[in-house]
Design a protein around this ligand. Structure first.
Ligand code: R5P
Length: 258
């Protein structure tokens, strides 16, 4: 791995703990004005001090996030279909040149294993890895889960391993029973979990703790933070779990008192 790639990765996965808290706010690229992100800046800017990195599209970044932010950007560079269409029919929407201009610390796309446009989304990932390797920009690959897909270790392990084989530098997937098998399938490539739909805060903390105990390096969490009644208290609690190795009960207490 070249120096630039290592340097960018170390801005995201914190060298002192080996872990990371990514804040995902890229939902608008297929969902439109998602609850909590209608005024994206009002929700996200107060959360930024507690995040290690921000996952976002270039449009949302330019519209709502000040360029003075010191936070590493994980730039969502895929898109196309909305929730009204076949989601797997994605294309790469943002050039590597624009990612470089933005000073992205990583670029990201979704890979839809088992879906109608599986091959095209693998091709998107391959293009990103080829561009990323050329310019020292790591690629985070999201294992997208279609409507009728089982979120189990067999499927998520398969989907994650395919992304590893194509060359992804970080895997983002979903927590499931037997999650250690998914982590194992990724070898030395770091794994983070998405939060998924909004859960009660304690359950979201339990899910994150479960993933960490199975070997995940952290989370790339969105709705379970920004749709919380107390988003700042919630991100602080998730941070304590990830970086300070607090227990779920301790982190939940922090949320309640935050
Ligand atoms: C989905 O593909 C998007 O990349 C979201 O960023 C991702 O699902 C994480 O957000 P959440 O924790 O809300 O699931």
């Amino acid at each position: 791995m070249n120096w630039g790639m290592k340097n960018r990765l170390s801005r995201i996965i914190q060298p002192d703990t080996g872990r990371c808290l990514m804040l995902a706010v890229d939902h608008g690229y297929f969902q439109g004005p998602t609850t909590g992100l209608r005024n994206l800046g009002a929700t996200v800017n107060p959360l930024l001090p507690y995040a290690d990195a921000l996952m976002i599209t270039r449009g949302a970044l330019k519209g709502w996030i000040p360029p003075e932010t010191g936070k590493p950007i994980i730039l969502r560079v895929s898109g196309g279909p909305t929730v009204l269409k076949e989601l797997s029919n994605e294309l790469v929407t943002t050039t590597i040149e624009d990612a470089i201009r933005i000073n992205a610390s990583a670029i990201t796309c979704s890979v839809y294993i088992g879906a109608e446009f599986e091959k095209e989304t693998i091709a998107n990932l391959a293009q990103l890895v080829n561009d990323g390797e050329k310019y020292g920009i790591p690629v985070l690959s999201v294992t997208a889960v279609g409507r009728d897909m089982a979120r189990d270790a067999r499927f998520l392990g398969l989907a994650s391993r395919v992304c590893v084989e194509i060359g992804a530098h970080i895997i983002k997937t979903y927590y499931c029973e037997g999650f250690e098998q998914v982590v194992e399938a990724c070898g030395n490539v770091p794994v983070v979990i998405a939060g998924g739909k909004k859960l009660p805060e304690k359950e979201a903390l339990e899910m994150a703790a479960g993933a960490l105990s199975c070997g995940a390096v952290g989370v790339d969490m969105g709705r379970n933070i920004f749709q919380s009644d107390k988003p700042v208290a919630m991100i602080k609690a998730v941070r304590a779990l990830i970086h300070e190795k607090k227990s779920v009960d301790e982190a939940y207490e922090m949320y309640l008192n935050g």
